[in-house]
Design a protein around this ligand. Structure first.
Ligand code: ZN
Length: 386
């Protein structure tokens, strides 16, 4: 058999068949930052997510040099609220002034007091009057989306459609940063009109982002879900406001109808996620969710159980970001990959990944993922020998 392209490999795996080998996907949100640093040095962080050509170069490098089958050029998860803030004339917004990629840490070059500003005491949106000023972001104009979309287009062209290029559909909860998280939950409970005014702008923005991503060539789309694994399925499903905020069905229906594409889910958490499975199962059936990019929890066994439960969706993950990717050696990475391939590989519907690669993960450890699939990932997987 002639060697498959990465696109064919991923498509086959996602359809529940065994391709030539287990695909490796990577470098979603934080991973791109590692490659960026490798190529352009840490001093160029200020351009990160603004320079489309460099971002495309990092995406292409990840596929062609590091051997990943799929790539997405997303800098971090603050892109949505930040673009809405800019569209609504509420800039400047601190997220783009981070000195270096450190997730919501203290390293941003922000003049205000982060403890009293966006996230806590003095958020951009406090009242209905503020909320009514919000307008949906235009992904070709606002925040870092123009660069991300252009990079996606450039990378896809350069990769000639042979690699999987992914995109971000946005996430509704991201607008919690505009209000402050606590205030968002309070509004969901006590001031539904205020919350709905904000949510509406988020939903329309996410639709526009998705449309632009698909146009730029993204073939798989992802969003982040937080609430079901935070509160558990019983509490979650009893609260229609939360359900809608985490996963508005009309948005995913619209996307599916128009673009014939389902939006994968990334439960962004390091910690137990298994108890959210009943909710996700419902979304697989009702909202065409094709995949779950799962974080580390419970190792390869939990991943194998999730694969079974979430059928026919594909599971993507779940190398441990810290123990394995950041602090482990290439040999540790290889051993963890081998275990995942053995327990989750057979039958397809599995893509090897680390959901969020932490900063300072050694590039050697990224390369070890590729060598592991070369050694152990070819189908049929000889489970007894691994
Ligand atoms: Zn995450």
């Amino acid at each position: 058999m002639t060697k498959m392209t990465s696109t064919q490999r991923i498509t086959m795996a996602a359809e529940g068949e065994e391709p030539d080998r287990v695909p490796i996907s990577g470098l979603g949100i934080i991973g791109m930052a590692l490659v960026w640093e490798e190529l352009f040095g840490p001093d160029s962080w200020m351009d990160y997510g603004r320079d489309a050509k460099k971002l495309a170069e990092a995406m292409v490098y990840s596929c062609k040099e590091l051997g990943f089958d799929a790539i997405a050029g997303l800098p971090d998860s603050n892109v949505v609220w930040e673009a809405i803030a800019e569209a609504s004339g509420l800039g400047p917004y601190p997220a783009t002034h981070w000195q270096r990629w450190v997730g919501q840490g203290p390293h941003r070059l922000y003049e205000g007091d982060p403890l009293k500003d966006i996230l806590f005491g003095n958020p951009l949106v406090k009242t209905m009057k503020d909320a009514l000023k919000l307008v949906p972001a235009d992904p070709y104009k606002h925040g870092r989306f123009p660069a991300i979309i252009e990079a996606t287009e450039l990378a896809n062209k350069e990769l000639e459609g042979k690699w999987g290029v992914g995109g971000f559909s946005g996430a509704i909860w991201d607008v919690g940063c505009l209000m402050g998280w606590t205030q968002m939950f309070m509004a969901m409970r006590d001031d539904l009109e205020l919350w709905k005014a904000v949510e509406e702008v988020a939903i329309e923005t996410c639709y526009q982002i998705t449309k632009a991503m698909v146009k730029a060539g993204a073939r798989s789309l992802g969003t982040v879900s937080l609430l079901p694994q935070w509160v558990g399925p019983e509490m979650f499903l009893k609260n229609p406001v939360w359900v809608h905020a985490d996963h508005p069905p009309e948005l995913f229906e619209r996307i599916y109808k128009e673009f014939h594409i389902g939006v994968g889910i990334h439960p962004c958490t390091v910690g137990p996620w298994e108890h959210a499975i009943p909710v996700w199962k419902k979304w697989v059936e009702e909202d065409h969710v094709p995949s779950f990019m799962l974080c580390e929890y419970g190792g390869a066994d939990a991943m194998a159980r999730a694969k079974k439960e979430l059928s026919p969706a594909t599971v993507v993950g779940n190398l441990h970001p810290l123990d394995v990717m950041m602090y482990g050696s290439p040999a540790d990475v290889e051993a963890a990959c081998k275990e995942l391939i053995k327990k989750c590989g057979p039958g397809g519907r599995f893509i090897l990944q680390c959901s969020d690669f932490p900063p300072r993960t050694p590039i050697e450890n990224l390369k070890a993922m590729r060598s592991a699939v070369e050694k152990y990932g070819y189908y049929p997987i000889e489970v007894e020998k691994l």
